[in-house]
Design a protein around this ligand. Structure first.
Ligand SMILES: N[C@@H](CCC(=O)N[C@@H](CS)C(=O)NCC(=O)O)C(=O)O
Length: 200
């Protein structure tokens, strides 16, 4: 049985939970309170030396970290990941975009504004990241004007980008400025087996 070490309000963790639900793959959920340092204990660091959720225990002594790596692992051989090398590379392109241009600028402002006190983060850095986040949403918006999903069909690229995009307003973004994104968010929510972030 798979065990997912996760934190309920983590978008990175939600990506994995959402795919597991959509695959109808049973798993054990273990809440790991990152705000109390539970991902930094010696026991946790044995599983993931980087001390972060999500971390997936395969049940045979192997552990996998990095949300998008976990998505790729779980989606192998399913309709959530194309087998064609070009289509698959385009999925990888969006997953790298998510980690480099999107997540640090959408998820981090959300974390700062919701979990830290004013003064615990740098306001100028917040503004810089919010602008970079807006630019990343602009890239998505332009893609979605011409395409239904981030792949030939709904799959892991959509799951990875949905996780923090649907909460982007919590980091100061105005999603109504991005109508194609709003339509895509509704399309993602309508997919079979969709669960909200609160479901574990
Ligand atoms: N690139 C990683 C990022 C993981 C990450 O930043 N996890 C955060 C929660 S969203 C965490 O565990 N933070 C706790 C810590 O760093 O101590 C992924 O995609 O999984």
């Amino acid at each position: 049985m798979l065990t997912l070490y996760d934190f309920k309000s983590s978008g990175n963790g939600y990506k994995v939970r959402l795919l597991l639900h959509q695959l109808r793959q049973p798993f054990i959920y273990l809440e790991t309170n990152i705000l109390k340092g539970e991902s930094r204990t010696p026991q946790f660091l044995e599983m993931n030396p980087n001390g972060k959720v999500p971390t997936l225990a395969l049940g045979d002594g192997r552990y996998l970290a990095e949300s998008n790596a976990i998505l790729l692992y779980l989606a192998e051989g399913t309709g959530f990941l194309p087998s064609d090398p070009w289509q698959r590379s385009k999925v990888h392109e969006w997953l790298f975009f998510e980690q480099y241009s999107h997540e640090p600028n959408i998820a981090t402002p959300r974390f700062w504004k919701n979990y830290l006190q004013v003064g615990e983060y740098d306001e100028r850095e917040l503004k810089r990241r919010q602008q970079a986040g807006r630019d990343a949403l602009g890239v998505m918006e332009r893609h979605l004007r011409e395409n239904e999903f981030f792949s030939s069909q709904y799959g892991v690229a959509d799951i990875a980008l949905y996780a923090y995009t649907h909460k982007a307003y919590e980091g100061g973004q105005t999603l109504s400025d991005f109508p194609a994104i709003e339509t895509w968010l509704a399309r993602v929510r309508a997919q079979p087996g969709h669960v909200t972030m609160e479901v574990v």
